[in-house]
Write a protein that binds this ligand. Structure first.
Ligand SMILES: COc1ccc(NC(=O)[C@H](C)Nc2nc3c(cnn3-c3ccccc3C)c(=O)[nH]2)cc1
Length: 324
């Protein structure tokens, strides 16, 4: 029971668990959100789906199955923290969780800049006309898996996820939203719809869509909102993957992104810049939608202390390091 509670918080430590145990933890999340009953998904269909997902993540330093779990677990934590089960439809939550599980399927460890580079011109860049090639590929693999998963009752999972009722966003839109080159576009869209946000108005599907895209973005890049002993190894994994790419780019005479160059990256200063200019603004915009949640009124202190402490520690870090 303690484990089930901990699974709903940002302090959960993925490094303590083997992949087989993580598979079970993913099932626990889908079960605790009542997807099994509300979408009559058979447990073995969910297991089959999650195993196919596991098979299609690659053994690369960062964008691997553990990253898929972290993003899904952060999404799960945000759903409970913001009480989204009482604010969104079940189908929206299913799309958010399934998108998180699928969002980096078959990632090659080389980012879009590499894919689309005129001298690399990978197969994915050609297939998707240089438009978010990786994210389009993650979606395509997700639907390949959903087509394959049987028995028929999992068709309900496939059907639900293809459902486009009232313009509700599909996994594709959520997964495509993780392309960081669209960061400002998606953040500004959310800012523009925020004043009109009304959870009681079920017709506001474009508001829900904007929220779902922000939530998967936050979940995707929020390792730094976790305790240092969980976050630090993730940064090392990310830099390992980035340095591998920039080493190959140097060998192939391709342009090298500065934040990927092992000879140029300074961990503290690049992370301070990332937290200050990318991660905190994202969290603060999300907090505007859930004032009671993130601004820590006395009434709910116990439930969210870990969240505010995790984020507050980042605020303190930023101010101490005086990176103004
Ligand atoms: C606006 O587009 C951007 C902005 C920032 C970055 N990346 C960075 O600033 C550097 C590499 N730091 C960084 N990047 C991170 C983190 C988590 N995810 N993440 C990441 C991973 C792959 C692709 C893009 C990002 C942001 C993190 O904790 N730090 C990459 C793209």
């Amino acid at each position: 029971e303690e484990l089930r509670q901990n699974l709903k918080t940002p302090t959960f430590d993925n490094w303590q668990w083997e992949d087989a145990e993580i598979m079970v933890l993913l099932q626990v999340m889908f079960t605790d959100l009542d997807f099994i009953s509300s979408f009559n998904i058979e447990p073995e269909a969910l297991q089959h789906f999650l195993f196919e997902v596991y098979r299609r993540y690659n053994n690369i330093p960062f964008h691997n199955f553990k990253h898929c779990f972290c993003v899904t677990q952060m999404m799960y934590g945000l759903i409970w923290l913001t009480d989204l089960r009482n604010k969104l439809e079940d189908i929206d939550l299913l799309i958010m969780m399934t998108s998180a599980v699928c969002h980096d399927l078959d990632h090659t460890g080389y980012n879009n800049a590499y894919q689309v580079d005129i001298n690399a011109r990978t197969e994915l860049a050609l297939r998707y006309n240089d438009i978010s090639p990786l994210e389009n590929h993650h979606c395509a693999v997700a639907f390949q898996i959903l087509q394959r998963v049987r028995p028929p009752s999992s068709a309900s999972l496939c059907f639900q996820l293809h459902l486009n009722h009232l313009g509700v966003s599909w996994p594709p839109e959520c997964i495509l939203a993780t392309d960081m080159t669209r960061h400002n576009e998606i953040l500004n869209k959310f800012k523009s719809v925020l004043p009109a946000f009304d959870f009681t108005n079920k017709e506001h599907k474009d508001l829900v869509r904007a929220l779902m895209m922000i939530l998967i973005k936050v979940s995707d890049i929020s390792n730094e909102a976790r305790p240092m002993e969980v976050a630090e190894p993730w940064l090392d994994c990310l830099l390992q993957e980035f340095f591998n790419q920039s080493d190959v780019e140097k060998l192939e005479g391709l342009p090298v992104s500065p934040f990927m160059d092992r000879d140029k990256v300074n961990k503290p200063s690049s992370q301070i810049g990332f937290i200050r200019f990318v991660l905190l603004p994202l969290f603060m915009e999300l907090a505007n939608l859930f004032p009671l949640t993130f601004n820590d009124p006395k009434g709910h202190r116990c439930k969210r202390r870990r969240w505010t402490e995790a984020l507050d520690s980042k605020f303190v870090l930023i101010s101490l390091l005086g990176c103004n």
